[in-house]
Design a protein around this ligand. Structure first.
Ligand code: NOJ
Ligand code: CA
Length: 558
């Protein structure tokens, strides 16, 4: 596994395959569709492409419920299509990162089917089955709501931390582990660039599986305490690394929620389990509250919250290793909805948000459509929604007495389906995504943001992203902007998030204003050279002050 190498100077892009590009005209994005668009990614300057799961799956949770790790879901194409994608990507120096789901599989996987049929078979030990006379074996709540246990008859239950169609795999069983390692090596042998690894901090469960003090009126308790980064998980993760990733030239990006900074070294330090990880501490500020309809809106909390958490994450990570940075992914609404009040959402504020995250210390992951400045979409009714967690929260809103109209409005804001709608390639029919009606409604405003028109417009968000990529990769600034150290600046101005990136004598400042009006920031910093800005007439700091227009972003050498 690759810990200290060139990947730190590279740029990654995340694809939600079902909604990226439909090559065969059935309304669903597919692998051939990705291959067709490799030149678009190349042109943008992308080096790594993470593709959300394309394995065989009943798609209960967008493919994170895998029924066969060795085959491709026909919806996305064939294994030949996958091999073609890998070969074509290689020609363009692009590496493919697959999604690796090891905490659970699908209830339609043959292992689970055998386990259901025969409680005494080997496969029954691959899962968490328990017998219980009086309801669920414990009071743990699943991540998607409701009990984490499903009854299969005769007092026999199995555990699922996510949906009931995602039975948890039992990593205490060495035979299961060996099967999974074999599968991982099989994929790496194909020449993958690496894996993004799903929900990996949940592999170890509190061994007695005991009920805990309830934390809600439902009598249940969130399953984080007994199943997230639980002591002993390190043994599993060390063996996983030794049996698989360590033997290949690949990178591993862990989805590792719940790792305290004191333990970061175990995960991504010199001998850590993974190359890098996603830290969620600053991207979920908006989602506090028991259900989406009771959550705060982005702009109802001070921007200093975001600043403090983001810098804490950056500074702690720099002490230990190298992070993976992002502002959007397939599990979130669009970033503008989280961080910018509706009336100020514009190309300017989109470029500002992009700048803020893109130059943080870590490998940047751009999420499809982010580079076009896509905003949230509009779901008219729950029938427009596919996502299981959105449906659950819609139900919670109805149960709290909201009307269907109020409930859909409330969940619209936070729904992860906002990021899962078809990618707008052109202003033509279906946004150029497909020749037929797509599986999800396209964004109503795709005429405003689409790849074809934005590529021709030098002021578009897409053109701005290309400039950001070029700057980060330029010979002159690549060290400072990738591995260079990070320090917060301008901390006495609450409307601004600003930092410097430093490598030796090269110093670059990144300043982002969240203020909707003109402001002036006092600063002793002297600007040497303007590198990038979201306003044409941006100026460098002068006489101890920096003037910033509304939502201005400016990058300059010091
Ligand atoms: C995290 C994935 O990103 C999300 O989409 C999925 O629902 C859960 N893990 C369960 O696999
Ligand atoms: Ca298709």
């Amino acid at each position: 596994m690759n810990k200290n190498e060139a990947w730190k100077r590279k740029i990654a892009y995340q694809i939600y395959p079902r909604s990226f590009n439909d090559a065969n005209g059935d309304g669903i994005g597919d692998l051939k569709g990705i291959t067709e668009k490799l030149d678009y990614l190349k042109e943008l300057g992308i080096d790594y492409v993470w593709i959300c799961p394309v394995y065989a799956s009943p798609m209960d949770d967008g493919g994170y419920d895998i029924s066969d790790y060795y085959s491709i879901n026909p919806m996305f194409g064939t294994m030949e299509d996958m091999d073609e994608l890998l070969a074509e990507a290689k020609k363009r120096n692009i590496k493919i990162i697959m999604d690796l789901v090891l905490n659970h599989c699908s209830d339609e996987h043959i292992w689970f089917q055998k386990a259901l049929a025969d409680p005494n078979c080997e496969e029954a030990e691959y899962f968490y089955f328990r017998n219980s006379e009086n309801g669920a074996p414990n009071n743990w709540r699943s991540m998607f709501g409701g009990s984490a246990w499903e009854h299969v008859g005769n007092g026999r239950y199995y555990m699922h931390l996510f949906s009931k169609k995602q039975p948890d795999l039992n990593w205490e069983n060495p035979k299961l582990c060996e099967k999974l390692y074999e599968m991982i090596r099989w994929w790496l042998d194909k020449g993958l660039g690496g894996f993004r690894i799903d929900a990996i901090t949940h592999l170890k469960k509190e061994p007695t599986l005991s009920s805990l003090e309830p934390d809600g009126d439902d009598g249940m308790v969130a399953c984080f305490g007994p199943t997230r980064n639980y002591p002993g998980i390190g043994d599993f993760l060390t063996e996983l690394r030794e049996q698989t990733f360590d033997r290949y030239d690949c990178i591993t990006v862990a989805e590792a929620a719940g790792v305290p900074y004191e333990q970061l070294g175990e995960y991504i330090g010199e001998n850590g389990y993974f190359s890098t990880l996603f830290d969620f501490s600053y991207s979920e500020l908006y989602a506090y509250g028991h259900a989406w309809h009771t959550c705060k809106k982005a702009w109802e909390w001070p921007i200093t919250w975001l600043r403090d958490k983001m810098f804490a994450s950056q500074i702690e990570t720099e002490k230990i290793g190298f992070g993976a940075v992002y502002f959007e992914n397939h599990d979130y609404p669009r970033a503008s909805e989280k961080f910018i009040p509706t009336e100020y959402q514009s190309d300017i504020s989109q470029k500002m948000l992009g700048t803020l995250f893109f130059f943080l210390r870590g490998i940047p992951f751009i999420y499809q459509g982010e580079e076009l400045g896509m905003t949230n979409t509009v779901f008219e009714s729950i029938d427009d929604v596919d996502d299981i967690s959105t449906k659950n929260h819609y139900g919670l809103a109805l149960a709290d007495g909201l009307t269907p109209e109020e409930a859909i409005k409330a969940v619209n804001r936070y729904s992860r389906d906002n990021g899962r709608i078809p990618f707008p390639w052109t202003s033509g029919a279906n946004g150029g995504f497909s020749d037929v009606t797509p599986w999800m409604k396209p964004h109503p405003e795709f005429a405003r943001f689409n790849a074809e028109d934005e590529a021709k417009d030098e002021n578009s968000v897409l053109s701005y992203y290309k400039e950001m990529v070029k700057l980060r990769k330029s010979d002159e600034y690549v060290e400072a902007l990738s591995v260079g150290s990070i320090s917060p600046i301008m901390l006495d101005c609450d409307d601004v998030i600003a930092y410097t990136r430093t490598d030796g004598s090269k110093r670059v400042a990144v300043v982002c204003s969240f203020s909707p009006v003109d402001i002036t920031v006092n600063t002793e910093i002297v600007g040497k050279k303007l590198l990038l800005a979201n306003y044409k007439d941006a100026t460098l700091p002068e006489n101890g002050a920096l003037a910033l227009a509304p939502f201005e972003a400016i990058v300059f050498e010091i």
